[in-house]
Design a protein around this ligand. Structure first.
Ligand SMILES: [Zn+2]
Length: 111
C-alpha cells in the first residue's frame, strides 16, 4: 500500500480534504435572496445595532462579510450582515468587532 489512500477494514480512506471543508448544509443563495433574508432577520434594519437609520429599504441593503472577503471571509449567509450604505462605507475593511467597538464608543454614554 502506498500513496495517500489506505485500506482500513476493507474500506478505502479518502485522502484528507482541504481545510476548511466546504459546507454543504447551507443552500447557495443569490445576493438578492441573501439581502432579503438578512433584512427580514434584522427586523428590516441595518445590521449595525448602533446605526441611527430607523428604516432600511430592502433595496438599500448592502451585503457585508463579517470577515472581509479580502481576508478570506466565507460568503455564505451565516457570515453575512446587511448594512445600510453609510455603515458599509464607514466599516470599510475593518474587522467587524472593531467596527462595533468604534460605533459603540460614539454613542452617548448612559453611566
Ligand atoms: Zn447602518
Amino acid at each position: 500500500m502506498s500513496g495517500i489512500e489506505q485500506m482500513i477494514d476493507g474500506q478505502f480512506m479518502k485522502p484528507p480534504t482541504k481545510y476548511p471543508p466546504k459546507r454543504t448544509d447551507i443552500k447557495h443563495l443569490s445576493d438578492k435572496e441573501m439581502r432579503l433574508i438578512l433584512w427580514k432577520n434584522q427586523g428590516r434594519k441595518c445590521g449595525n445595532p448602533y446605526c441611527s437609520t430607523d428604516e432600511l429599504r430592502k433595496e438599500d441593503v448592502h451585503l457585508d462579510n463579517r470577515i472581509p472577503k479580502k481576508r478570506g471571509g466565507p460568503d455564505d449567509i451565516t457570515h453575512r450582515i446587511g448594512l445600510c450604505g453609510n455603515c458599509n462605507a464607514r466599516r470599510g475593511v475593518k474587522a467587524w468587532g472593531r467596527f462595533l467597538d468604534e460605533e459603540r464608543s460614539k454613542m452617548p454614554h448612559l453611566d
